[in-house]
Design a protein around this ligand. Sequence first.
Ligand SMILES: NC(=O)c1ccc[n+]([C@@H]2O[C@H](COP(=O)([O-])OP(=O)(O)OC[C@H]3O[C@@H](n4cnc5c(N)ncnc54)[C@H](O)[C@@H]3O)[C@@H](O)[C@H]2O)c1
Length: 322
Amino acid sequence: MTPQLKIGIAGLGMVGTPLKRYFEEIKEYRRGENLFLFDIDKKKGYSDDINRADAVFLCVPTPMTAGGHADIGAVELALKMLNGEKIVIVKSTVPPGTTEDLQTRFPQHKILFNPEFLTESRAWEDMINPDRQVVGYAAHSKSYASVILNLLPMAYFSSPGALGTYEFLRLNSTEAELGKYAGNLFGALKVTFGNVIKDFCDAISVASGRASAGADYENVRVMLSHDRRIGASWLDAGYHNYRGYGGYCFPKDTSALIARGEEFLKKIPSDSPEYMRLAAGLNFLKSMREYNRTLLKTQGLTEEDVSVHDKEWIQKKMNKEV
Ligand SMILES: NC(=O)c1ccc[n+]([C@@H]2O[C@H](COP(=O)([O-])OP(=O)(O)OC[C@H]3O[C@@H](n4cnc5c(N)ncnc54)[C@H](O)[C@@H]3O)[C@@H](O)[C@H]2O)c1
């Protein structure tokens, strides 16, 4: 029997807290014995010696810089705290290619990327019952991916595949990183699309001058939602009392992927088809972001106002800050 890995969690926020609960309640780990918790915010009361762990999950923030990039400073800081050779599992959302870069810079560790797909409203339920469980590997950490996958809640789809999983694929960390962004950008795109259709509804009423000739977006939305290929999620034009996409992840992840794309453009010959297509794709994503910013502006809001955790938004509303 392989000895049980001691687990560390760095960053006990929206993602780290349910992960802690999973290890304590479902896996029966005990803090100080085989579970070590560390958060830079001393008020949270997690200051265990994370270096006693064999495998450390990084659940630290990756906020947006002024230039729109993902700031991976907290991930780097957490990695620098680790001594010896550890298995490091990045759960923070990081741009495609980051885990491979980190693996090159911190060769003593085995670094993996395990995207978290939880929603804030159902964080615990989503954590223990995910639809996907992906542990993407860097070239140097490949053999550790299944060890970590076997520790985590099982899902219908997994990478690199475990006993009892129905569908599996072997994803490297870059694919897993891009897949995580793709999900969030698809959400942003769907919210945007629904709002553009709502704009049509509103414009029809104004343009025709007759309320009876107008269209109610709610009715259009319900009709659209019943197309099984489309579904109901992300089509609300007014979730959280404002129109447009917001929340802790969609705005920052949209900007981070655009910024990463622009970095790739600099490395590709400008007369290549890859360059032309990526440049056009980035313009498409930028106009989506610009539409969302305009939509927020028409409601007296900025992207910054809405780029907060759900509970912070509710608090802001209660304090009448927005
Ligand atoms: N919130 C979500 O729904 C969600 C879902 C999936 C993925 N993610 C991603 O997961 C990451 C974490 O998000 P979150 O919502 O849990 O953030 P959060 O702000 O709720 O929590 C992050 C925690 O990390 C701590 N921290 C910061 N720097 C640290 C360091 N160097 N060492 C130890 N602790 C540190 C903070 O004090 C905080 O408690 C982000 O990259 C985010 O994009 C978030």
